[in-house]
Ligand binder design. Structure first.
Ligand code: ADP
Ligand code: MG
Length: 595
């Protein structure tokens, strides 16, 4: 049967079951359980946004959940203010705390970040316990009213429906977000922060937004918790819960839309099913959980064949791949009017690492419309020089001018906006994403879709996404990779990954393309393809700064060559000059075959 019909039928049945549930099951215990599952889905979706999509592991989400719950309890019960005031307080307070956790997260990663989030969870637990009259200490706050808006007050079944709608809306908004420009930026940061920045994505901005959005969604879950249970206490938001929430996301399928839903339902129902095992139930429970996490790292969602999972692209893959997509012109678009002859000038650039002078007063000038190669032995400072130009490194002395203007103060993610794109010596692709998505991230800076538009999937967003996909397909077609558009890029042979990196860089329509050893790891046939690509790009007006070891390629394509040795420029000139330069032969070329 057609997978898309199966998917629609399954989703329809699931929604129908949710709608009919309180009409069939009238037992209060089960209604309450369903309410709690729905609230927890809201929280795990929030956690999945941060940990699954943006790649920032949090072990403190129970703390954010508590913030939302206590804010609601304090405002509506201690201060007897209306429900909506409590909701605003839940959102604002969790946003502020999310921001506060996000700031250290800009400096620390991985395990260290997990430690920071655990710390925040513990502090929040402490505040709940020691908060005196405000938080009610160990006893917490009771007598919290149910949700009341515009003269309606909800109870039991009404609250159940409200939770289901809220969870569904949040799930769909996140699903939309992740399939459009801003969500893709999260995925890019997760896979390679450096490459994401090189494509114009500000790490600071997007990480902070991920923390704040995740916190707000979790806080909304907390708000719902308070009004559903009419009672909050520190016991409900322990650090165990944080681990439990993360386990739900991992078990269901981290970084997928349905993962948090599956994981939450299962981890709620499992203890119920194991109740009859008395004292052993926790052990059995732990073993099942561990077996899943170890044996199925992609979570339960990964058991579904791709065609049966929620769509990861907005448009029909088959239709897209059949569309004619010719007509890509790699020509320069961004601010083409500037005609400063030397597109890039490096003046006395010096970069030191404790003890090592990696670049020692390096000066060179790259003419517009040329391929300028930078060569030299391993460790001579080529990559360091490219890092300094692109903003990955801060250099100690000297200056870099682009089209006659100093770009010393621009950061890595700002370079793509003025027309500088680059690749890396060790290919930095977004390996969990498709080839097409990689190239679309290259367009990040040229597109506009923001968070609100993306989450709501406004008509103009759909239009822009379509155009962005088409452009990415055109580019892939030009690079001879269109057939691979929907393949996972991490599965590609290394040579293709390196070419993909160039295609992605070209998607930003740069004036200057910086390549760090693009031929390394390529087969001879692929190197020939690369040669054609470089010559075609130059023909279209793109200037290329090329670091390479393959002398045959260098001699064939270069207009000019600069030679580095131990961080210093030792020669500069045409390929013929360099080939015959005794100093270069002695330092680098030696008996390298130059054909
Ligand atoms: P190349 O790309 O020409 O092989 P690099 O620019 O990578 O050379 O390295 C030049 C010198 O700078 C080497 O001695 C290297 O060890 C040193 N170096 C490069 N990056 C760093 C770093 N992040 N920290 C310390 N030393 C570095
Ligand atoms: Mg290098």
């Amino acid at each position: 049967m057609n997978p898309s019909i199966v998917k629609k039928a399954a989703a329809g049945l699931f929604l129908l079951a949710l709608a009919l549930f309180p009409l069939i099951i009238t037992n209060d215990y089960y209604i309450h359980m369903a309410q709690m599952i729905g609230i927890t889905v809201i929280v795990t979706q929030g956690l999945n946004l941060l940990s699954g999509y943006a790649g920032q592991i949090s072990l403190g989400h129970a703390g954010l959940y508590a913030i939302g719950a206590y804010a609601a309890a304090i405002v509506t019960t201690n201060f007897e203010m209306p429900y909506l005031a409590g909701l605003v307080a839940s959102i604002l307070c969790s946003a502020v705390v999310g921001l506060l956790i996000g700031i250290p997260a800009l400096r620390v990663k991985g395990h260290y970040l997990a430690m920071v989030t655990i710390g925040v969870g513990i502090i929040i637990e402490k505040v709940m316990n020691e908060g005196g009259d405000l938080t009610g200490g160990f006893a917490g706050i009771s007598g919290i009213p149910g949700p009341e808006m515009f003269g309606f007050s909800l109870t039991g079944t009404g609250i159940y429906y409200m939770i289901v709608i809220l969870a569904a809306v949040i799930t769909v908004l996140l699903w939309n977000l992740i399939r459009t420009r801003p969500g893709r930026a999260f995925l890019a940061l997760r896979d390679s922060e450096t490459a994401a920045e090189a494509m114009g994505i500000s790490r600071y901005r997007y990480k902070l937004i991920a923390f704040v959005l995740s916190a707000v969604i979790t806080g909304i879950g907390g708000n719902m918790y308070a009004h559903t249970n009419n009672y909050v206490s520190p016991d409900s938001f322990t650090s165990h819960l944080s681990i439990f929430l993360l386990a739900m996301v991992i078990l269901g399928g981290m970084g997928t839309v349905i993962g948090p839903i599956i994981g939450t339902i299962l981890l709620y129902l499992l203890p119920e099913a194991l109740k009859n095992f008395d004292d052993y139930h926790l052990i059995i429970y732990g073993v099942i959980l561990l077996a899943f996490i170890v044996g199925l790292p992609g979570g339960i969602a990964s058991l579904l064949p791709k065609a049966y999972r929620p769509k990861e692209t907005l448009f029909n893959e088959e239709k897209l791949s059949k569309e004619t997509v010719g007509g890509y012109e790699p020509g320069v678009v961004q601010g083409a009017e500037n005609n400063h002859q030397a597109i890039l000038e490096i003046v006395n650039l010096t970069k030191r690492f404790s003890g090592v002078v990696a670049n020692d007063r390096v000066s060179m000038s790259v003419e517009r419309g040329t391929i300028h190669s930078l060569i030299g032995p391993n460790g001579s400072g080529k990559t360091t020089c490219l890092h300094s130009i692109s903003g990955l490194y801060r250099y100690d002395e000297g200056e870099v001018l682009f089209e006659g203007k100093s770009i010393t103060s621009l950061k890595l993610h700002e370079k793509v906006g003025i027309g500088i794109a680059r690749t890396f010596q060790h290919a930095q692709i977004f390996k969990e994403l498709t080839v097409l998505e990689n190239v679309m991230i290259g367009e990040h800076n040229l597109r506009k879709t923001g968070f609100l538009g993306g989450a709501m999937l406004l008509p103009r967003v759909v239009k822009e996404e379509k155009e962005s996909q088409r452009e990415a397909l055109r580019i892939l077609d030009w690079f001879g990779m269109k057939e691979l558009a929907f393949a996972k890029s991490g599965d590609l042979p290394y040579g293709y990954q390196k070419i993909l990196e160039i295609a992605r860089a070209m998607a930003s329509r740069p004036k200057l393309l910086i390549l760090d050893e693009p031929a390394a790891g390529l087969t001879n046939t692929e190197i020939e393809q690369l040669e054609h690509i470089l010559i075609k790009l130059r023909g279209a007006g793109v200037t290329i700064l090329l670091v390479e070891h393959d002398m045959r390629l260098i001699m064939k394509v270069s207009n000019a060559i600069t030679v580095l040795d131990s961080g210093r420029v030792i020669a500069e000139g045409s390929p013929a000059d360099i080939q015959d330069n005794p100093q270069v032969i002695q330092a680098y070329l030696g008996d390298r075959k130059v054909g």
